[in-house]
Ligand binder design. Structure first.
Ligand code: GUN
Length: 287
């Protein structure tokens, strides 16, 4: 039987609808409208699309946003200067510096400089540390989006063997940690595979839930998964003029019990979770 398709677009919409009600109540109570400041350096077309979607989503839930566009030649000092101004601006609750940054800028220096309370990406070392210790201030957007998607499809992580392909700071590493935490959406047995893993298929075939986040089109094939596995595709790759994931969707969907499509799977969830963090940020800064 073909797999259940987990509809991230729908779940993200439901999450935004619920959030819009919370934002309205917060603003009525405090007079504060949550605001996200997005920073885009250079003119990478994919980044422009992502940032545009983030701004649109803010408006849809009653938040405001501002976009700071800087040229690709921006120096690290110039970007640090902008971050310092946004840190000091009390009308800005969340700061999002779109990655990747041009090579002359060290992303860690920028993430370290972002005020931890305004770090709605959950990239700052303080917020990552709090999350890993099981006392999160913010939850990382894409990893938490994966958790919410699994819950929406009634897929339990407790006791499940989750194999995460990829150890990036944005997805693989925080997701593996989140899934291993005690509590709802966690309690999983987690294996991380990466570019130096020998015989990746040996591990992927043992996964109850396989998460692909490596950025290689069609990497996960049907023979790499076990019958009835759940497959979550975090990949967003341009391939032959189309947006495709890391999973060979057509063949894997014949063998899996549930699968996320690309586009329309994890992607929309990332933005929905960013909005959630921005409301949390406004709450934390309005006390
Ligand atoms: N680039 C790719 N994903 C993300 C994300 O979640 N946040 C930011 N800031 N940049 C990204």
């Amino acid at each position: 039987m073909p797999a259940q398709i987990i509809d991230g677009k729908l779940v993200a919409q439901q999450s935004r609808d619920a959030l819009a009600i919370e934002v309205a109540a917060f603003t009525a109570q405090t007079g504060v409208t949550p605001k996200l400041a997005a920073v885009l350096v250079g003119d990478d077309p994919a980044s422009q699309v992502y940032v545009g979607s983030k701004q649109k989503a803010c408006a849809a839930v009653g938040m405001t946003s501002e976009l700071h566009r800087l040229p690709a030649t921006t120096t690290q000092a110039e970007l640090l200067d902008l971050v310092a101004r946004l840190n000091a601006d009390s009308t800005v609750h969340g700061i999002l510096v779109q990655l990747p940054l041009p090579s002359q800028i060290d992303p860690e220096a920028i993430l370290d400089a972002t005020h931890p309370l305004k770090d709605v990406d959950c990239f700052h070392a303080e917020n990552v540390g709090l999350m890993i210790q099981g006392r999160p201030r913010y939850l990382p957007c894409t990893p938490h989006g994966v958790q919410v998607l699994l819950a929406s499809a009634d897929i339990a992580t407790e006791g499940a063997h989750v194999v995460v392909l990829g150890r990036s700071e944005i997805v693989g590493k925080p997701l593996a940690n989140l899934l291993a935490l005690k509590g709802p959406g966690g309690n999983a047995t987690v294996t991380i595979c990466h570019s130096r893993t020998r015989n990746i298929a040996h591990f992927t075939r043992q996964a109850d839930i396989l998460v692909a986040a490596i950025g290689q089109p069609n990497f996960v094939t049907a023979e790499m998964i076990r019958e009835e596995a759940v497959v979550i595709d975090v990949g967003t790759n341009r391939f032959e003029g189309k947006l495709v994931g890391d999973v060979a969707f057509a063949e894997v969907a014949q063998k899996a019990s549930a699968i996320t499509p690309v586009p329309g799977g994890v992607g929309p969830m990332t933005i929905a979770m960013l909005l959630k963090n921005t409301l949390t940020a406004a709450r934390l800064q309005s006390r």
